[in-house]
Structure formats: C-alpha cells, structure tokens
Design a protein around this ligand. Structure first.
Ligand SMILES: [Fe+2]
Length: 161
C-alpha cells in the first residue's frame, strides 16, 4: 500500500518515509506529554499547589504549541499524521502518568522523567533527520528541543540545588 503522497519536495521517498515515521513518533510522544502535563495541572495537591498548578499548565501550553507544526511537517512531506488520542496512546514511548501520590514533588519527579525522555528523543531526531538530509525538519525540531530542555529546567529546579 502506498503510504506517501506525491510531492515536488525532492527528498527521496525512502527519506520521506523515515522522516515522517520519526515525526509521527514524536507527535505521539508530545501529545502524550502534553496530556500528562494537564493531568498534573488538574490533580496536583499539597503546599506547592498553586505554583505547580500553574507550571504544569504553562508546560502543557508550550508542548501543545508544537503539535500542529509537527503534524503539518508530516503532511508537507507527503505523509499521514497519526494525531488522534488513540494513536498517540498506542505509539507513545512515554510511561503512563503515575497513579501514585498527587503531592506536588512526586508529580514533578514523574514529569522530570517524561520530559527527559521526550527531550532526548527530540535531540536524537534532530541528528537523525539532519543525517537523512532533511535540514528543514531538523531545524523545526531544534525549537522543540529548546522548549523541552527549558521545561526540564523548570521542573528540575524544584528538586535540585
Ligand atoms: Fe486549567
């Protein structure tokens, strides 16, 4: 079955298939991460409630803002974006949000793990897409990487000196 649309983009079909696969994995990971930020935003409790409630919402907004550009890069390359909640759940490489205590720092620790996984996956994807000759995708991912690293800093600052 042909999975890529024809396009004048002069990257080979094989390259476009590899890049769109990488991007669909990241779309799933970041959709999952965004929803987990919201889960933390809604359910956090404890003495740090309000600042963490706000931080988790800010992080969800930051990550959520990257979903549309990622999905549209997939379609610009002739691919099909796998962007539904069910597709994200099936494909995401992140662990599910913990069902444990909702005390603030437990949530921060859980989100540090997930932001670290996502940030490092995007960093690898920058190298992989650049090596495939797709500088446009590598450039798009650089901004995503910077925001994930910044989010990680915001989270880690709560737990590290
Ligand atoms: Fe809210």
């Amino acid at each position: 079955m042909k999975t890529l649309s024809d396009t004048k983009v002069n990257l080979s079909e094989q390259t476009r298939a590899q890049v769109t696969s990488i991007l669909n994995q990241l779309l799933a990971d970041l959709s999952d991460l965004c929803s987990q930020c919201k889960q933390a935003h809604w359910n956090v409790r404890g003495s740090l409630f309000y600042p963490l409630h706000k931080v988790f919402d800010d992080l969800a907004e930051s990550i959520g803002g990257h979903l549309d550009p990622l999905a549209e890069r997939i379609t610009a390359l002739g691919g099909v974006a796998s962007g539904t909640v069910r597709q994200a759940a099936a494909l995401s490489a992140l662990p599910e949000f913990p069902h444990g205590p909702s005390e603030g720092l437990a949530y921060v620790t859980a989100m540090i793990d997930r932001f670290g996984l996502a940030a490092n996956a995007v960093r690898k994807a920058i190298d992989d897409t650049a090596a495939l000759g797709d500088a446009g995708t590598a450039d798009l991912l650089t901004g995503v990487s910077q925001d994930l690293d910044k989010g990680l800093w915001f989270l880690e600052a709560h737990t590290r000196s």
